[in-house]
Design a protein around this ligand. Structure first.
Ligand SMILES: [Zn+2]
Length: 120
């Protein structure tokens, strides 16, 4: 059996949905997963691990961070990113860089508009 070619529009929608789910999941009980049942925590952690393994395979790698550190400065904009209970610091920084960081956002927008110019 061969795998059908991936539909990029559908793939992007799935990526967005997965991101949204992670945001919701990470913030359950204000980010304190210990308030949930052990079964819930286990299932959520399994989903998180799979999700971040999939992200690692994508083009924007998480920025490596010291796992014992509790906060790190964003290398692009200098904002201090703090670890939350349910995620490691590298994940928190990855979220900042990919979703919040204004410097990274500007860089991505510039790259996207340059790609558009090349196509036209
Ligand atoms: Zn930043």
């Amino acid at each position: 059996m061969t795998t059908p070619p991936a539909d990029p529009v559908q793939e992007a929608a799935m990526t967005d949905a997965a991101e949204m789910l992670w945001v919701v999941l990470a913030n359950v009980s204000g980010g304190d997963w210990t308030k949930q049942t052990a079964e819930w925590q286990e299932a959520a952690a399994r989903w998180r691990d799979n999700y971040f393994a999939a992200l690692k395979a994508q083009s924007v790698p998480p920025v490596p961070a010291d796992p014992v550190q509790e906060a790190i400065d964003c290398p692009w904009c200098g904002v201090v990113v703090k670890q939350v209970a349910s995620a490691t610091l590298s994940i928190a920084l990855w979220q900042h860089v990919n979703w919040v960081c204004e410097v990274q956002k500007a860089l991505r927008e510039r790259a996207a508009s340059e790609r558009k110019e090349e196509q036209s």
